[in-house]
Ligand binder design. Structure first.
Ligand SMILES: Cc1cc2nc3c(=O)[nH]c(=O)nc-3n(C[C@H](O)[C@H](O)[C@H](O)COP(=O)(O)OP(=O)(O)OC[C@H]3O[C@@H](n4cnc5c(N)ncnc54)[C@H](O)[C@@H]3O)c2cc1C
Length: 383
């Protein structure tokens, strides 16, 4: 295991730093949180900007327009863009971080040609229609059904917590195509054009006062069979491909950001107990950063990040929670002034232990797959 960056990585860092130093000063300021047309424009322009400079699809194969960067170069990319406060991937995150890679791994040639170039250039925004009111942690319990009618699936049901559903051009949709087999075996993965008749998208207001999440109601929506990714009833396998991309890269930028936040907070921390608390969190974040590098090093060697990946999100969620709480205490920002950057940050990060798999579920996974404890007994039937 070698946790140091190679000469090639450092050369890439220097090139990227120089580009960011040239590019960022000319960027317009980010728009207000609830100005959705401006947000879409800003984020998709940034995506196009990355594309033109050769940095879009950093992990995608060159064949599909990506950069095919090594895992350690991807870390360098996330480190440098976060430190330079470059725009985050924003509304393009589903498309670029996990839908594009899913289509590369599982899509048909027609699906790849239709979507991959547009995702990379910021011309298509994607959202994820996985969760349902009774299918979050237990995603395989989903009930939205799809019945085959000639060359279409007719889809009826309800999705929830669909980030950017109100501005998405396409959705990653999971449906139940066979209710009579054990629940993991009757699911299919479909590309959902969000403008089809029968789709009703209703934004949900968050504690920050913006509407990033949506409920999506589907009433006899006719989705062409050619939009199916993978085989009928093979959607659980395809979903795991999608989720592995989602979980693989999700927290690197967040971690760099948390370390920067801790550095900025340090001069304001005078109380000895609070200084110890801050030092403790920073030590934990440093250790997690070392674990991230270890995972990357192991993935480069064995093709899989190993068991460390299971622990990363859980430990990071807890450290980030303590840092956010300390920050509010030190700066005495108890009030819910959502226009204060620190309060906004605190409220936003409360979702980290829930998004992409809750902490309780991470603990179950660590118990079963890392420690070898007896397995939880899942119920096999769709409710
Ligand atoms: C910021 C954010 C963005 C999101 N974006 C999307 C999106 O774009 N698309 C999408 O489809 N979904 C999205 N989600 C939904 C997310 O995937 C779900 O919230 C998550 O899977 C948890 O499901 P749930 O909310 O239904 O909670 P539930 O599954 O109802 O769980 C409630 C509580 O019970 C616990 N629990 C449940 N089962 C077990 C068990 N077996 N053992 C121990 N504890 C258990 C959970 O850990 C949790 O604490 C997003 C969520 C967040 C917070």
């Amino acid at each position: 295991m070698d946790l140091r960056y190679s000469e090639t990585d450092e050369a890439f860092r220097a090139e990227l730093r120089a580009w960011l130093a040239r590019a960022l000063p000319d960027l317009p300021s980010p728009p207000a949180r609830d100005d959705w047309p401006a947000r879409v424009r800003f984020d998709t322009n940034w995506q196009r900007f990355l594309y033109d400079a050769g940095y879009a699809g950093i992990s995608w194969p060159k064949e599909y327009g990506g950069r095919d960067a090594s895992p350690s170069e991807q870390l360098v990319f996330l480190e440098e863009t976060t430190r330079a406060r470059a725009p985050y991937v924003g509304v393009n995150f589903v498309g670029t971080l996990h839908c594009g890679p899913t289509l590369i791994a599982e899509g048909s040639d027609a699906q790849k040609t239709a979507h991959l170039p547009k995702i990379l250039k910021g011309e298509e925004v994607w959202c994820q229609c996985f969760s349902e009111p009774d299918a979050g942690s237990d995603l395989a319990g989903l009930r939205t059904r799809a019945e085959r009618d000639g060359d279409h699936y007719v889809v009826t049901g309800q999705k929830v917590w669909c980030s950017f559903g109100h501005i998405g051009d396409f959705g990653e949709l999971l449906v139940r195509t066979d209710p009579d087999v054990p629940k993991h075996r009757g699911i299919t993965w479909l590309i959902l054009p969000m403008d089809l008749p029968g789709i009703d998208v209703r934004p949900i207001e968050t504690v920050l006062g913006s509407s990033e999440f949506c409920e999506v109601f589907l009433d006899e929506v006719r989705v062409p069979v050619e939009n199916r990714v993978g085989d009928e009833n093979d959607g659980w396998r395809v979903t795991n491909v999608t989720l592995s991309f989602e979980r693989g890269t999700a927290f690197v930028s967040e971690m760099v950001d948390a370390l920067r936040m801790a550095e900025e907070l340090a001069p304001d921390v005078h109380d000895p107990t609070e200084r110890r608390e801050l030092a403790h969190v920073v030590a934990e974040l440093d250790a997690l950063w070392a674990l991230t590098k270890r995972n990357v090093s192991q993935a480069a060697r064995d093709g899989s990040p190993g068991q460390g990946a299971f622990m990363l999100k859980l430990a990071y969620s807890e450290a980030r929670d303590r840092l956010g709480e300390l920050c509010m205490r030190v700066l005495d920002r108890a009030a819910f002034d959502v226009h204060d950057e620190r309060v906004e940050e605190r409220l936003r990060t409360l979702s980290i232990p829930i998004a992409a798999g809750t902490s309780q579920i991470q603990r179950n996974i660590i118990g079963e797959r890392v420690l070898g404890l007896p397995k939880e007994q899942p119920w096999a039937k769709v409710p």
